[in-house]
Design a binder for this molecule. Structure first.
Ligand code: FES
Length: 269
């Protein structure tokens, strides 16, 4: 018998000895697999809207953005720009990456397509299926879940009238679960289109958020209650110095020159 099964039996028998047979065992699923992650299944499966014939061509604007991006990388390290190029492709293509967009990125960076697929399937910021104009990623990790992310998800999905991973009929919204988005102190929270985050949500404020998006109302990013940034009830208690030290930046050009000079000296001697 598999170790997991044995462990589960031991766990259940202990629980039953604590709670009588008529008592409902007070267990809840704290975390469960989600039906759709932002990228769906890891492998590509042809669908009517995403297959080898789905067109994707770079626009002039994207080409110029990519040109600027690639200047930041050494010529022999172009593949370091995979994430950046995928972002450009996704933004150009209504918030999702068709198969041919990934192939174009691979061709552009001169890498095997598999290397691009690996990146696109790993990171939840890439959508490999059509997404809504406002793609909501709600954080389902422990701090957010303890603070009510499940209720927020339910409220949002009820308002949208779709299931997780689906796009609303009007094309405005889609919603998926992601792991910690780094704002646990302001849990629960969501991120929209990989950019703005909305924190300290309640089911009501989460639905209001969707309505505001749809109606084009001015939005307040960050905490949706009275909290200021991530300050606690005592207000700001750290980093109170007015003059913070400058960040340390290395002068890479000077460093390179120093190394070159040293090498030259070594060769001459
Ligand atoms: S757990 Fe939700 S932001 Fe960290």
């Amino acid at each position: 018998m598999a170790f997991r099964t044995i462990r589960s039996l031991i766990f259940r028998s202990n629980i039953k000895s604590i709670f009588p047979a008529t008592t409902r065992v007070p267990c809840r699923t704290f975390h469960r697999s989600i039906p759709y992650s932002s990228g769906g299944i890891v492998q590509h499966r042809d669908t009517p809207e995403n297959n080898d014939d789905t067109p994707f061509e770079w626009t002039e604007e994207s080409k110029s953005r990519i040109e600027t991006i690639l200047k930041k990388f050494p010529k022999n390290r172009k593949k370091s720009g995979i994430i950046h190029c995928l972002f450009v492709a996704q933004e150009q293509n209504d918030n999702w990456l068709p198969l041919n967009a990934m192939k174009k990125v691979a061709k552009l960076l001169d890498v095997p397509p598999m290397q691009v697929y690996e990146v696109a399937t790993f990171y939840t910021m890439f959508n490999r299926n059509p997404a809504g104009k406002y793609h909501i990623q709600y954080c389902g990790t422990t701090p957010c879940q303890i603070c009510g992310s499940e209720a927020i998800k339910e409220a949002m999905l009820n308002y949208m009238g779709v299931h997780e991973g689906e796009v609303t009929e009007d094309g405005y919204f889609s919603l998926t679960e992601v792991e910690c988005l780094g704002a646990c102190v302001n849990a629960p929270m969501v991120q929209v289109n990989n950019q703005e985050v909305y924190e300290n949500l309640t089911p009501e404020s989460a639905v209001k958020l969707l309505k505001d998006f749809k109606e084009g109302n001015p939005m307040k990013v960050g905490p949706q209650n009275d909290q200021i940034n991530c300050q606690g009830p005592l207000g700001r208690t750290t980093l109170l110095d007015d003059e913070l030290p400058e960040p340390v930046c290395r002068d890479l050009d000077a460093l390179k020159k120093e190394i070159d000079d040293e090498q030259k000296q070594a060769q001459d001697s």
